[in-house]
Design a protein around this ligand. Sequence first.
Ligand SMILES: C[C@H](CCC(=O)NCCS(=O)(=O)O)[C@H]1CC[C@H]2[C@@H]3[C@H](O)C[C@@H]4C[C@H](O)CC[C@]4(C)[C@H]3C[C@H](O)[C@]12C
Length: 324
Amino acid sequence: MCTGIRFTSTSGSMYFGRNLDWTQGYGERVVVTPPAAEVPAAFERPSDLDSAHAHTVIGMGIVAGGVPLYFDCGNDAGLAVAGLNFPQSARYAAHACSQPDAVNVAAYEFPFWIARNFSSLDEVRRALSKTTVVAKPVSSDLPVANLHWIVADATGSIVVECLEDGLKVWENDVDVLTNEPDFGWQRTNLRNYLVLTDAEPATATWDKAQLAPFGSGMGMQGIPGDYSGPARFVKAAFVNSHYPVQESEAANVSRLFRTLGAVAVPMGAARMADGSSEITLYTSCFSAETLTYYHATYDEPGIRAYPLSACDVSGSEPFFAPAA
Ligand SMILES: C[C@H](CCC(=O)NCCS(=O)(=O)O)[C@H]1CC[C@H]2[C@@H]3[C@H](O)C[C@@H]4C[C@H](O)CC[C@]4(C)[C@H]3C[C@H](O)[C@]12C
C-alpha cells in the first residue's frame, strides 16, 4: 500500500507527499541530483534537456550505477512525482517504440525523467502524448517495478497509468493516488460515499424517539477503515478535500503529515501472502514553497527537513542530502 496526496496553501504553493507502505526498504535516502549530473539514460532521447536547462531534483531513492532511482521526488520548478505499486494492471511496452518522434522512458527512470526535464504539468501532459514507458530493468538485481504515477504542480495533478490499451493520463481532481484498481475505478467509487459529511449530524426523530449524535465525526460513518487501495483512496480523498487551506509552511507540513497519518499502516494489520507485515516505512512531503523535502520514518517519526537551499548543487553526480 502506498498513498500520495497534493494540495495548495493560501498563497497557491504546492505541497506533495506520500506514504511508502511496504515490508522492507531498499536502503533509500534523500538523494539530490544536480542539473549538471551526467546520468546514463535507458534510451537515446534527443529531446532530454542538457545540463544548462535541466532541473535540480530532490527526493527519496537509491542510486544504482550512477542512476538515481527515485520513489518520489520534486524539482526546483515546483513539479513533483511519486510511483505507487500497480502490480495487477501495469502493462509497460516490452520494447522501445521506433517511431522517429517517440520518447522512450524505462519505468525505473520515469520519476527522474519527469522531474529533471519539465517545469509544469502542462509540459508533462504534452510530452506524455508521445511517450512510451518500457519494461527495461535497471540491472539484473533490480526487477522492473509495476507502478503508476501521480504528477503534480501548483495547478493540479494527473495520474499516469500504462494499461492494456496503452498509456493513459487521468486528470486528478481529488489529488490522491493509492494502488489497485485503476484511477478511473477509484474516482467512480468515491460516488458511493457522497453522503459523508464533515458536519455533526442533527438529532434524528424516529417516531417517538430522538436519536442524538454521540459527538462530532459521526458524519463520516460508513467510510472504509481498512488498508486496501480503495479504502485508503476514499479516506485520503475525504480528508484531503475537507482539510482547511493553510497559510504557513509549518501548518502545511502538518497538514500533509496529518492527512497521510489518517491512512498510515501500523505493523500487524496488513500481512502479505508470505506472512510479512506491510507498514508505512516512511512519509515524505515536498514543499514547492521552500523547495524542502521533509521525511519521517516508522521508527523515527520526528520530521526531518532537507532544504534544497542547504545543498551545493554545482557537482556532477547525485548525492545524499544533509538534513537541516
Ligand atoms: C514498493 C514500492 C511501492 C509501495 C507501494 O505502493 N505499496 C503498495 C503495496 S500494495 O500493492 O497495496 O499491496 C515501490 C515504489 C518505488 C519502487 C522502487 C523504484 O521504482 C526504484 C527501483 C526500480 C527498480 O526497477 C526496482 C527497485 C526500485 C528500488 C523500486 C522498488 C519498489 O518497487 C518501490 C520502492
